[in-house]
Design a protein around this ligand. Structure first.
Ligand SMILES: Cc1ncc(COP(=O)(O)O)c(C=O)c1O
Length: 382
């Protein structure tokens, strides 16, 4: 199979500091919410939520993680080069747009795959028949997420077909909750009941099949849905799916993004700043340029609204965020000089530039802020 590798550009001036102890501490705390036998699946798709998939897998493979979940076959191949100890679970269902070779590699490497339809079952069965390999499959039961799950009635015949096929091994049955991050858990509870009903009717528990349902929010808020394994993404990286008033565990953000001041200039009062003249200085202003912008994942909607931190001081973004430059007002902040390091994304929840604060400004969720951080940002492990 051809996997094309281009040489990756890294920007050493843009640094994403990854604090391993925070990551491992968050995993410990999340596991502490579950019974000791519950397995922990670390979700590392989307470049480990923007933290760097290689870096995060390398830290986690040492300590207490049973499985890594990725979105795609290609991410699975990448993770497989780093660890043999943990299983790898591919969340995108197998489908007939994949090549024969991909399915064969999934079976050979023991990747856990999702089956989402009778057609895809036939597709993989035909590929694997007369081979010595069995593909590990998980059935995703539709309980209300409305994405790629199979309706319980359609899942039953698939269970029979899997049992009859020597090239398929039923490794798991799972569901995914749509609203567990919300304060009102009534829909999540309904989903849970539907999943329970399916498991009970088909007497699927206790047969060595992994039953799982919990993302981060469910892990934290619905202990009765932990089952055999939890699948945590966002909370492993230090965030609640949405901010919680009295969380049962204190999570610590894992990543802090910094960049240097590369240009300083005094802009006289009354002059407009950056594209579109969206900001005019009200006083003589010491302006600092930081060399990142929307091409690096620092959103254009942060123009005139977001803050960065210089030491303990908050410095407002003035004017439009450019493709690869941001202008800060650093007037009156002590010890401003070229090369001084500025915090762009902080690793404290209460900070003016926390992922939550930036998500609020962008009218989005912290997931999007984190996953937007470009792969060329240099990840530094502490
Ligand atoms: C099926 C599945 N399980 C678990 C997760 C992890 O979710 P979270 O980051 O909210 O923990 C995801 C993320 O999108 C997912 O798609």
């Amino acid at each position: 199979m051809r996997v094309y590798r281009s040489q990756q550009l890294i920007r050493p001036d843009l640094q994403a500091h990854i604090f391993s102890q925070n990551l491992l501490g968050n995993v410990r705390k999340l596991k502490g919410l579950c019974p000791a036998k519950t397995k922990f699946c670390a979700v590392v798709k989307a470049n480990a939520y923007g933290h760097g998939i290689s870096e995060i897998v390398n830290i986690l493979k040492q300590d207490g993680v049973d499985m890594f979940a990725v979105a795609t076959f290609y991410e699975a191949l990448h993770v497989a080069t780093m660890t043999q100890q943990q299983s790898i679970f591919i969340l995108e269902p197998v489908n007939s747009s994949q090549s024969v070779e991909e399915i064969q590699v999934c079976a050979q490497k023991g990747f856990h795959c999702v089956l989402a339809s009778a057609d895809s079952l036939k597709f993989v069965r035909d590929i694997l028949q007369n081979t010595p390999h069995a593909l590990k499959v998980h059935l995703n039961i539709e309980t209300g997420m409305g994405r790629s799950g199979i309706e319980p009635e359609s899942a039953r015949p698939l269970l029979e077909q899997i049992a009859d096929c020597p090239n398929l091994k039923l490794a798991g049955i799972y569901t995914h909750f749509a609203t567990a991050d919300e304060e009102d858990l009534s829909y999540a509870n309904e989903q849970h009941e539907r999943f329970e009903a399916f498991l009970k009717q088909d007497k699927l528990r206790g047969k060595g099949i992994l039953i799982h349902a919990a993302n981060s929010a469910v892990t934290i808020k619905i202990p009765q849905a932990h089952y055999d394994m939890v699948r945590c993404g966002i909370s492993m990286y230090g965030y609640y799916s949405r901010q919680m008033k009295n969380p049962p565990v204190q999570l610590t953000p894992v990543m802090k993004l910094t960049a240097p001041i590369t240009h300083l200039k005094t802009i006289p009062a009354g002059q407009s700043v950056s594209y579109g003249q969206s900001f005019t200085t009200q006083r003589d202003t010491l302006a600092a340029i930081v060399p990142l912008g929307y091409a690096d994942g620092y959103r254009r909607c942060f123009s005139n609204t977001a803050m960065m931190k210089v030491g303990h001081h908050a410095a407002p973004v003035i004017g439009r965020v450019c493709m690869d430059q941001v202008i800060l007002d650093v007037t009156g902040i002590p010890d401003i000089q070229l090369g001084r390091i500025v915090t762009v994304l902080d690793n404290h929840h209460g900070s003016v530039c926390s992922a939550y604060a930036l998500a609020d400004l962008a009218d989005t969720i912290c997931y999007e802020i984190l996953t937007s951080i470009h792969t060329h940002v240099n990840r530094i492990i502490h």
